[in-house]
Design a protein around this ligand. Structure first.
Ligand SMILES: Nc1ncnc2c1ncn2[C@@H]1O[C@H](COP(=O)(O)OP(=O)(O)OP(=O)(O)O)[C@@H](O)[C@H]1O
Ligand SMILES: [Mg+2]
Length: 487
């Protein structure tokens, strides 16, 4: 408290003394704070759980998260089979393995019989976010980063139960059934210093494996999981992306129905054979198959074939899992160096590249496993070879234009075989034709009403005739009638 001043001069003196005292106190305070700051060796930088969950789940699609969970089951199955090499001509028996998915607007369930996560692995590694340098990589696994399972369950919803019954093994006498329950809201709200989940013992599952149930689904996820379109699309993706496993016996079941077998077919016959080359680059084996997947388009006219799903292009697999499908972009060399940009004339091409590596971190995979790291050394080497194989196909589609009837006869006689069974061959074989006398030809293109084209096709004797053929025949007809010439 301040004493009352008896004169203005004394009041000024009093004010000055008070100010000096305040300044002294501020000095003392500042030096205490400085002392504390100097003693502190760190500033707080760890992420909040809420930020972490949001960040890891935001750039991945629901479908790719589901694939992450199936990948883990496939890694478990491969481990039980003794880690066979994922090479095209090596056959393994996946027929005893099942991945069963069931979902609706309120619940997502996935259960497998692929050996489970041992208690030891669960405690020390499987639930950690990211692999530690000291963690032993699994042989020929798809898993590499140590995040997929956690990211997938966080993406799905907020009430998560992961149950596992591990295969008993001689080294692991602690192996017993357990469950891990994650109440995401509670976990996120709790102290950021503890990131662990609780584990408790549980009844055994019917078969050694993992069961994951997620409830309290996020709103957008619940909407997708209740949509028929999503289920149909997921089935298609699973059939294609696990074709290597399904073709070796694996069953994937979605809402009670088995996913079908997607045939990676390639045509073989007189004058038509795919290339199948193999290179070892660093520690990655690269197998490339390229050839005629289907008979090329008759018309090359996108208007006419636009509705059909075009399966042509490159398919890239890492340790047996498809990560890029039917690609026609510069990622796989189309339009590379401003050349050979994809064109409907090239329809029918199929190229498959299988990258296999004992240590999955050598693979050119992105973290979402839905693309390829194009800067990866191994991928750049493979791409050079892929571009050569694409050029062979492009050359053929140009050649065949001048000998269409002959080309079609070759193509029709060829039969589709499994691309995974083709023999090694350095280059693809495509038909060659006796050089035809060079007649300068000009392509005529003009729009006409679809109905009129169909009417003309009927009048020309074949309602299913392509528009290109209708145009060509009506030109011949007019030429014959008006000029009197024969084409
Ligand atoms: N269904 C399963 N069967 C057997 N083991 C599993 C299963 N799911 C998870 N695991 C174990 O849990 C670990 C962690 O899985 P998670 O998907 O999080 O990471 P990852 O597979 O190692 O790497 P990535 O992030 O590339 O998927 C796996 O390495 C595996 O050992
Ligand atoms: Mg994984």
């Amino acid at each position: 408290m301040c004493a009352l001043a008896s004169s203005p001069a004394e009041a000024r003196r009093n004010r000055a003394t008070s100010l000096a005292r305040i300044a002294d106190q501020a000095d003392i305070l500042a030096s205490v704070v400085m002392g504390v700051m100097l003693e502190a060796q760190h500033v707080r930088a760890r992420p909040t759980k809420a930020f972490f969950v949001h960040t890891i789940t935001r750039d991945i699609e629901l479908e790719d998260c589901i694939l992450d969970l199936i990948d883990n089951a496939m890694d478990g199955a491969r481990r039980l089979l003794g880690n066979p090499v994922p090479k095209l001509l090596v056959k393994s028996d996946f027929s005893k393995f099942l991945v069963d998915l069931k979902f609706n607007e309120s619940e997502f369930l996935i259960q497998d019989n692929c050996g489970g996560i041992s208690l030891n692995d669960a405690i020390n590694y499987a639930f950690s976010f990211g692999r530690r340098q000291s963690d032993e990589p699994e042989d020929y696994s798809i898993g590499v980063y140590g995040i997929g399972m956690k990211r997938a369950v966080f993406k799905l919803g907020k009430d998560i139960v992961i149950r596992s019954t591990g295969t008993a093994s001689a080294e692991d006498d602690r192996d017993e059934p357990y469950r891990v329950i994650i109440d995401v809201a509670k976990w996120v709200a709790s102290d950021d210093d503890s990131w662990d989940f609780d584990l408790e013992s549980d009844d055994a599952l019917p078969h050694p494996g993992v069961q994951i149930v997620v409830r309290d689904l996020h709103e957008t996820i619940a909407a997708e999981l209740s949509s028929r379109v999503f289920e149909t699309q997921l089935r298609r993706t699973l059939a294609r992306d696990y074709a290597r496993f399904i073709s070796q016996g694996l069953t994937i079941r979605v809402n009670g129905r088995n996913v079908g077998l997607y045939e990676f077919g390639v045509l073989e016959g007189d004058g038509i054979r795919p290339a199948h080359v193999e290179h070892v680059l660093r520690d990655v084996t690269v197998e490339i198959i390229a050839g005629m997947g289907a008979r090329p388009s008759d018309t090359g006219d996108p208007d006419e074939e636009g509705d059909k799903e075009d399966l042509s292009g490159w398919y890239l697999l890492c340790n047996d899992r498809v990560v890029v499908a039917a690609d026609k972009s510069d990622l796989t060399g189309w339009g590379y160096d401003a050349k050979n940009r994809w064109h409907p004339q090239y329809r029918g091409f199929i190229g498959i590249v299988l990258f296999s590596a004992k240590a999955a971190e050598e693979l050119p995979l992105t973290t979402t496993k839905r693309s390829i790291n194009r800067d990866n050394f191994v991928y750049r080497q493979a791409l050079a070879r892929m571009i050569e194989l694409t050029s062979e196909w492009i050359a053929y589609t140009n050649r065949r234009k001048a000998a269409l009837v002959e080309a079609k006869a070759f193509e029709k006689a060829a039969v589709s075989v499994s691309a995974f069974e083709t023999q090694h061959r350095r280059e693809a074989v495509y038909p060659t034709f006796a050089a035809a006398p060079r007649v300068r030809a000009i392509t005529i293109q003009y729009p006409k009403p679809q109905r009129a084209i169909r009417e003309l096709a009927v009048s020309l004797g074949d309602p299913g005739m392509s528009s290109r053929e209708v145009g060509s025949r009506s030109f011949d007809y007019a030429h014959r009638e008006l000029v009197g010439g024969g084409e």
